[in-house]
Every structure is written in structure tokens, then in C-alpha cells.
Ligand binder design. Structure first.
Ligand SMILES: [Zn+2]
Length: 511
């Protein structure tokens, strides 16, 4: 049977400065969802990349005395190194400076122009350079500054091409009505409707003559294509569009999930769908606008300087501690706070105390009492039920949470099994059972139930903290590590466990 496909994207990030923990956050969630889908049998295409054009990078490069491409190249090399250290399993990394992307964007622009959806006009607007955003008077904050970053805006007037966004307003509202889950969380859909669509969509400026670092309009080359058509198109140019016969495009479009930060939900749920309607293409199935990872109480920004190379955290605490924190700490759709103290507290409480201790204690007892041999004589007692029943339900609980994109809750539910397992050790007191030879079969059963709960947890954790999961598989010496072995009782009874290793070291908070 052919596998079902799943196309997931992160936003393409703007490489005007080195990437921070906020970029990591979005990318780690996308990675966990992509891994989870692969493990559940989907044919996944997971894309990330960089949005490299624009005035801001042109300026930064100039300040540094290098060409824009020489400015961004090392930042992108660094980003790729960071993704590799974080275990990000992307299938494709698109750069908007890729030759094939540039060519395809020019073709897309021409298709829309020929259709009459792009026309030439004059642009007058208030522009925020750091955000690369134009604003209308009414959108400015109470001090007349950029509503996003609260810095000065300045008036810009120039000849420009416009995309007829207004033409698609009614169709867009209709699409929202027919696809109630298109925008997640639902609160963001209401925000889009009330703040942007109901007041009326204005046509969108899609070219610039005021800077050069962009993709030229083929039929009017003093214009470069401005951010929207260049950047948003990445989700289809990577698949070969406008060649609608390309294998990738046929297979993966429409996207199943665009994962974006809440500040760019507007672009992905208004501009992007209208562009796709203009091109006559299917719309993505879902856009999820997640909250921000706030660093030590303030929004992380390249310009405010609260930046630390995320690799420092990875080196200090391990990749899975960083991944676990990012995935566990931020509730669905809300903001979460990142601080080194919170990372340490999470690691010690969950990864060291709950997970690490359970695995170590269980494997050590198996070694001590039965020479690490796994057996299951099935001498059950009533107390086993709460553990075993929960372990049996867990895969479907996690499946539902992942389908609802409640990644932090999925992790919480997996850790509930680990907590129950720790409690099960306290309740069954294996060290007491071990004192009497007559209890040998009961003790074997208790240990089997624990090892089996650990195996099931490790399979489910594989999408989130893959390294740790693999290390547990190795200690268990089991071959049954795939989702189709999740059923309770699949741990082999003819195996010998390997030596226990410490999964996570307790982090000393007095350092
Ligand atoms: Zn701004």
C-alpha cells in the first residue's frame, strides 16, 4: 500500500544575524512532528530554509563591506551546523538565493501579471526597515511607531507593482468558513478576520525599486520582487512549481502543515492563500501559529542583544535536554519562557529524576536479581492494572495529541507512564520480593512490566528526544522499536539486557 504523504514546513528564516533559541524552538517542534509522522508510517517531506533577499540584508552587508551573498553565506552555514547539532531531520533546505527558486519566482510573478492579478501603480507607505514591513497610519502603535517592533517608520513613495489581494477577500472568507481548522489555534483565525479581513484587504505592493538585493522582475528589471512572492513561494518552488508535472509537486502539494510564529500568521493565512488562488492551486491544509519562546521574560531579538548561541546550551546540557525543554515547556499556541534556570529545572525533574532513574533502577534490578535476563511468567496482581492499562492506551492518547498539535501534552502523557512506573516500583517493592525465592516469578513479572513500559515510552519518545530513545533501545537490547510493536507484551523474553548507562547527569544548580 502506498504511504500517505505529509508535507510540513517551518518558515524560511531571515539570516540578517545568527540564529537564536527562538529559531530553534520552531524548528524543533517541526522536527518532532515530522519524526512522529514518519514513525507512524507517513511519507514525510520536511522543509526549512532561509529568506535571504531584502533591504535590511543589503544594508547590513554594505556596513560590513561585503556583498549580500557573502554576508548571508556564513550565517547559513552556521544555521545548518546548528540544525545538525539539534538533530533536525529536514528533507530539504531551501534558500531564496537558489538559482532554481529565483527562476521559478520570476515565472510565478509573470503568471500572476499575465492573469491581471499584478498591476503597476505607485506605492506610498510607512516603512519599518528592521521589520521590512509597510504599515498604514491606522496600524501604527500609539506613538506612531511600528506596531511590531515599536521603532521609527518613515514614508516611502515609489513606482511599484501590486497584487490584487482585495479581489480574493470574499473567496478567502469562504475558504475559512469551509475549512474551520485551517488556522490553529482558533483564536488566531478570529484575529485575522476581525483585524485584517473585515476592515477590507488592500492590494499588496509586491515589487521595489529602492533596493537591488532581490529577484528582478523579468519584464521590468528596475524592479525587484518584494518579499511576499519571493518568500512565500518557497513552499512550492522547492517542489518544482510552476512545473505542475514535477514528481515532488504532484506528490506533496498541498502542504499539510505550515508551522509559523504568531507574528507571521497573517502572511500565511491571508497573503499566501490569495496568491495560491491566483495561481489556481490548492490551499495548504493547516497553518499553526505557535507562541514565542520568550527569553528571560523578554522577546528574543537580534537587535536587543539577549542572544546566546544555542550551541552553548547543547554543549552544556546535551541536545535532548534542549529539545525536551523546547517541546515540553511551551503550551499549545501560547508563549513560553526560556531561561537557563528553567532548562536546568526541567532537566533535573523530568529527564534525570523521572526518566533516567526509572531506566537505571529497572535495569540494575534486572541485573542484580536475574543476571539481566528478561522473562515474563505472567504472575499478575491487581496493582499491575493501572500501569498496564495506561501503557496500552498511551499510543492512542499520544496520537490524538499530536494530531491536535498539542506536542507539550503528548510529552506530558508519555511522562505520565514513566511516573506511574516509578510509583509501581515503590508499590511492588521488588527488593522485598527478592528476599524470598518463592516470589521469583512475581518479581520477573514486575520487572517485565517495568521494562515493557520503558520500551513503549522509548518508542513514543523517539520523535522528541531521539538520541535518548536510541540509547534506551540499546540498553534494552530489543529489536521491537517501531510503532507497529507498540502493543504491550512485545518485549522479547529471550533477551539479555545490556549494561545500564546514565542517561542524564543531574545539573548542579549552585554552579
Ligand atoms: Zn518594526
Amino acid at each position: 500500500m502506498e504511504k500517505k504523504k505529509f508535507y510540513i514546513t517551518t518558515p524560511i528564516y531571515y539570516p540578517s544575524a545568527e540564529f537564536h533559541i527562538g529559531h530553534c524552538y520552531t524548528t524543533i517542534i517541526a522536527d518532532a512532528i515530522a519524526r512522529y509522522k514518519r514513525l507512524s508510517g507517513y511519507d514525510v517531506f520536511f522543509q526549512t530554509g532561509t529568506d535571504e533577499h531584502g533591504q535590511k540584508i543589503e544594508k547590513k552587508a554594505e556596513e560590513k563591506g561585503v556583498s549580500p551573498i557573502d554576508y548571508v553565506n556564513p550565517i547559513i552555514e552556521n544555521a545548518k551546523d546548528l540544525w545538525s547539532k539539534l538533530g533536525i531531520s529536514y528533507d530539504y533546505f531551501i534558500r531564496t538565493t537558489d538559482e532554481d527558486h529565483e527562476k521559478r519566482v520570476q515565472e510565478i510573478f509573470k503568471i500572476m501579471y499575465d492573469k491581471g492579478d499584478i498591476y503597476k501603480g505607485e506605492y506610498k507607505g510607512l516603512y519599518c526597515t528592521p521589520c521590512e514591513s509597510f504599515w498604514t497610519e491606522s496600524q501604527l502603535d500609539e506613538n506612531g511607531k511600528c506596531p511590531d517592533c515599536h521603532r521609527d517608520v518613515h514614508e516611502v513613495k515609489e513606482e511599484a507593482y501590486f497584487f490584487r489581494l482585495s479581489k480574493y477577500q470574499d473567496k478567502l472568507v469562504e475558504f475559512y468558513d469551509k475549512n474551520p481548522n485551517f488556522i490553529q489555534p482558533i483564536s488566531r483565525k478570529n484575529e485575522m478576520l476581525n483585524n485584517f479581513i473585515k476592515p477590507g484587504l488592500e492590494d499588496l505592493c509586491v515589487s521595489r525599486t529602492s533596493f537591488k538585493w532581490g529577484i528582478p522582475v523579468t519584464f521590468d528589471d528596475k524592479h525587484v520582487i518584494y518579499v511576499w512572492i519571493d518568500a512565500l513561494s518557497n513552499y512550492i518552488t522547492s517542489l518544482g512549481y510552476p512545473d505542475t508535472n514535477s514528481e515532488l509537486f504532484k506528490k506533496y502539494w498541498p502542504a499539510d502543515l505550515h508551522l509559523v510564529g504568531k507574528e507571521i500568521v497573517r502572511f500565511h493565512t491571508i497573503i499566501w492563500p490569495c496568491m495560491l488562488m491566483s495561481l489556481g492551486l490548492e490551499l495548504p491544509k493547516q497553518v499553526f501559529g505557535h507562541g514565542w519562546l520568550i527569553i528571560d521574560g523578554g522577546k528574543i531579538s537580534k537587535s536587543s542583544g539577549n542572544y546566546k548561541d544555542p550551541r552553548e546550551y547543547i554543549n552544556e546540557y546535551g541536545v535532548d535536554a534542549v529539545r525536551y525543554f523546547a517541546l515540553r515547556e511551551v503550551p499549545f499556541g501560547n508563549d513560553g519562557n526560556f531561561s537557563e534556570d528553567a532548562l536546568i529545572a526541567r532537566t533535573n525533574a523530568d529527564l534525570v529524576n523521572t526518566l533516567g532513574n526509572l531506566v537505571n533502577r529497572t535495569i540494575a534490578m534486572s541485573k542484580k536479581y536475574f543476571d539481566s535476563k528478561v522473562e515474563n511468567p505472567k504472575v499478575y496482581e491487581e496493582i499491575d492494572d493501572t500501569l498496564i492499562n495506561y501503557a496500552k492506551m498511551l499510543p492512542s492518547i499520544v496520537e490524538n495529541k499530536m494530531n491536535a498539535l498539542k506536542v507539550n501534552e503528548a510529552l506530558e502523557d508519555i511522562f505520565e507512564l514513566l511516573k506511574r512506573s516509578n510509583k509501581y516500583i515503590d508499590d511492588t517493592t521488588p527488593w522485598v520480593l527478592a528476599k524470598d525465592e518463592q516470589n521469583s516469578d512475581r518479581l520477573k513479572t514486575v520487572l517485565y512490566n517495568l521494562l515493557e513500559s520503558i520500551r513503549i515510552s522509548a518508542i513514543l519518545l523517539n520523535a522528541f528526544i531521539p538520541n535518548t530513545s536510541e540509547r534506551i533501545f540499546k540498553m534494552l537490547n530489543t529489536k521491537n522499536t517501531s510503532f507497529d510493536t507498540l502493543e504491550f507484551g512485545n518485549l522479547e523474553t529471550d533477551i539479555t539486557l545490556n549494561e545500564a548507562e546514565i542517561l542524564f547527569n543531574r545539573i548542579d544548580t549552585n554552579k
